[in-house]
Design a protein around this ligand. Structure first.
Ligand SMILES: CC(C)(COP(=O)(O)OP(=O)(O)OC[C@H]1O[C@@H](n2cnc3c(N)ncnc32)[C@H](O)[C@@H]1OP(=O)(O)O)[C@@H](O)C(=O)NCCC(=O)NCCS
Length: 192
């Protein structure tokens, strides 16, 4: 990488790191400014999150219904899943992450779902959501985070995102999802 390009990347990264995770930040785009905020799940998010899950065009109807069932369990009082929701200034959900401690492990956590509405993708909201989850996991003594995904070409962008966020492929299970779709297990270790 050229020195100037490297400097630019470092500047950009330190800018992101300096933003306090889960504090509001302003997105500037052609359509004006939006103030992005982070909070936990509310009942009113269900419909908007369903729209986000449909909008990203990555998920099958079955996957969307599983994603929503995790929401429903949580809204019903289950503590198995945690949610961090990104909203605009009108408190409308634009994206979210769902994670939880892996059952029967001492400090391993799973990221179950992450999605950002297409219009707001590649503008660091996914970064903030994942880092928000990582912060909370680390604060609770978590030392390993696992994310499973598919090798389908439509997930290329998602795999790049995980790699950018410091996750590495720890395992690959051939033909897991279908004859032509393997499962990739991404992991990231944190020192305790
Ligand atoms: C994956 C997803 C959550 C990422 O959210 P996002 O808000 O678009 O990601 P960010 O803008 O925060 O990107 C974070 C970093 O990853 C990089 N990145 C994101 N998409 C990328 C791509 N397609 N290619 C290369 N890098 C990419 C960004 O450039 C950024 O790096 P930087 O900090 O050096 O600039 C979002 O794209 C999404 O909802 N995808 C569809 C749903 C999905 O596949 N979910 C996961 C399966 S459960």
């Amino acid at each position: 990488m050229k020195r100037t390009a490297k400097l630019e990347t470092l500047k950009k990264l330190s800018f992101i790191e300096k933003r306090k995770i889960r504090r509001p930040f302003t997105l500037r785009g052609r359509e004006g400014e939006s103030e992005i905020r982070f909070r936990t799940l509310k009942r009113a998010d269900r419909e908007k999150i369903r729209e986000v899950l449909e909008d990203v065009k990555s998920f099958t109807p079955e996957e969307i219904s599983v994603a929503l069932s995790l929401l429903d369990e949580t809204l019903g009082g289950s503590t198995a899943y945690r949610f961090l929701v990104a909203t605009d200034e009108r408190d409308t959900a634009l994206g979210y992450i769902c994670y939880g401690q892996a059952p029967m492990t001492s400090s391993t956590w799973d990221i179950y779902w992450i999605a950002v509405s297409r219009r707001f993708q590649k503008r660091h909201i996914g970064n903030m959501l994942l880092r928000g989850a990582e912060d909370e996991i680390c604060a609770e003594g978590g030392r390993l985070i696992i994310i499973e995904t598919s090798t389908k070409p439509s997930y290329r962008s998602t795999r790049r995102f995980y790699e950018k966020m410091g996750y590495r492929v720890s395992a690959r299970i051939a033909k897991f999802y279908s004859e032509r779709d393997d499962k990739l297990v991404y992991s990231k270790y944190f020192s305790s």
